[in-house]
Ligand binder design. Structure first.
Ligand code: CA
Length: 500
């Protein structure tokens, strides 16, 4: 079918999708979602990178399905993570933009989440790595007491977290409800305002920094790096940035080992390759692309370590691994880490336009791989899949009931993820940024881009002919554009796109 005919048949196909029931018998594989942070479409060698090698990601792809149209639902961290766990587009809920250091939990504990579904299906559940969905009730986290509600209140049995994101304060681990290693005599204080005029910051002590900032990251200094926001105390609890990836692997391995006998669901939320990029010393200088490239190597190492653990415990043949990213790439995201100067010919978005913060394809189309040893026939798929669909797909795979009025935008793509012949991906996908009101809307091979705002402007691209979104063809295709505008508005106004 031509892109145009796919588009105009969309309503019929949507009906088919809505009534589709999976023929897959209930299986309860372990599920690991490996989410990279800010990893772009062109950042892995199996997606065309030649300036560096990602052998472990490549091996995962070679043994599974590599998607060329795999998406996350937003081009920044918090909304994509919100949608992964709730199966609902983040733009439907206010306050789901990039969470501040003292931000409260963005997911209502009453909401049924992906880990809730997993628990209903008899799974152990854990999140290890970057959280960045806020913690605590209205007033935010009680850093020195019980930090809740948090992941344990929305379906995870275990959590070992970087509570926010590492360019924001504080640099401590939170395990379940507590900051790890906190000395009660040295309480942790976190705030938006400088705690005193003698408090050293990235502005007053700029010459002491081991990595300088370029914009905005000039608050409290820890480990020679200044951050967004301020904090004092909690000295014994603070980690070294260089050790984060090792810690995620150590904690993941021990959790997997302890729960290998019952099906488990692990959300492995890497911090690589988000700023500040400060990989372990053994990766520094290894890519030739600066710390950004070195952090990609570190992330690739993490993928390899997780795979080794599955092999060692002989559970690889019973584990579905999904690798994805939470948004597209960015070079200078607030620190002078050499990402721009050392880029050379490397193209973080590959052939795609835009990156992090954008609703062009590079903002949300990223590496996306599904692998299940011995179960998935390896290959490459051009079907459209999105991180938001993991919830409904998981429910179908495990024959768990998806509540009618939740997971409002999550589609069952389990057959696509498992590489079943002729299985069809999404007919449409709404792409958002951090919540500015701009949208991308893909239907078949057509892509509509809306500028948002009062005097909304639109562009139209034919991704089949123009994957880089270089030529706006809205003038010659006004009928297509009108229909797409209508659809986009309808999905936004309806409050849901599942089961329409
Ligand atoms: Ca991110």
């Amino acid at each position: 079918m031509s892109p145009r005919s796919i588009f105009f048949h969309a309503p019929l196909l949507l009906i088919a999708l809505a009534f589709h029931t999976s023929p897959v018998a209930a299986e309860k594989p372990n599920v690991i979602v490996i989410m990279a942070d800010d990893l772009g479409y062109g950042d892995a060698s199996c997606y065309g990178a030649t300036a560096l090698k990602t052998p472990n990601i490549d091996r995962l792809a070679a043994g599974g399905i590599r998607f060329t149209s795999g998406y996350c639902s937003a081009s920044t961290c918090t909304p994509t993570r919100f949608s992964l766990l709730t199966g609902t587009y983040a733009f439907r809920k206010k306050g789901t933009g990039i969470a501040p250091p003292n931000g409260n939990l963005t997911i209502d504990p009453e909401t049924t989440t992906l880990p809730d579904l997993a628990k209903k299906a008899g799974y152990h559940t854990a999140v290890i790595g970057k959280w960045h969905l806020g913690l605590g009730a209205k007033n935010g986290p009680d850093w020195n007491g019980e930090i809740k509600p948090g992941p344990l209140e929305i379906g995870f049995d275990h959590a070992f977290l970087l509570p926010t994101t590492n360019d924001r304060v504080p640099q401590v681990y939170v395990e379940n409800h507590r900051v790890v290693g906190l000395d009660p005599k040295d309480p942790l204080w976190v705030g938006d305002e400088i705690p005193g005029k003698d408090h050293p910051t990235g502005i007053t002590h700029r010459n002491t920094l081991k990595m300088d900032w370029s914009h905005g990251h000039n608050g409290t200094i820890h480990n020679g790096i200044s951050r967004i926001g301020f904090y004092t105390g909690g000295k014994a609890a603070r980690f070294r940035d260089e050790d984060l990836a090792d810690k995620w692997i150590e904690k993941s391995n021990s959790w997997i080992e302890a729960h290998q006998d019952k099906p488990f669901f692990l959300f492995f939320a890497a911090h690589d390759i988000h700023v500040p990029r400060m990989p372990h010393e053994r990766f520094q200088g290894k890519s030739g692309l600066g710390f950004r490239g070195d952090s990609i190597l570190q992330f690739d190492w993490c993928v390899g370590e997780l795979m080794k653990t599955l092999d060692r415990l002989k559970i690889a043949e019973n584990t579905l691994v999904i690798l994805c990213s939470d948004n597209g790439p960015v070079l200078d995201d607030g620190y002078k880490d050499g990402a721009v100067e050392k880029l050379g010919d490397h193209k973080p978005s590959g052939p795609l336009r835009g990156g992090k913060y954008s609703v062009y394809e590079g903002g949300t189309r990223t590496p996306f791989i599904a692998s299940w040893k011995g179960k998935i026939q390896p290959g490459v798929s051009d079907e459209v899949v999105c991180t938001i669909d993991i919830a409904a797909s998981f429910a179908a795979l495990t024959e768990t009931l998806l509540p009618e009025n939740e997971f409002l935008d999550s589609f069952d793509l389990s057959d696509v993820l498992l590489g079943k012949p002729d299985a069809k991906g999404r007919e449409h996908l709404i792409q958002q940024d951090n919540g500015s009101g701009k949208f991308g809307y893909r239907a078949g091979s057509w892509k509509l881009v809306s500028s948002g705002g009062k005097n909304q402007k639109f562009e139209l691209f034919d991704l089949a002919k123009d994957p880089s979104e270089k030529s706006d063809v809205i003038k010659g295709n006004s009928e297509v554009a009108e229909k797409m505008k209508e659809r986009l508005e309808k999905y936004i106004a309806d409050g849901r796109s599942r089961g329409e």
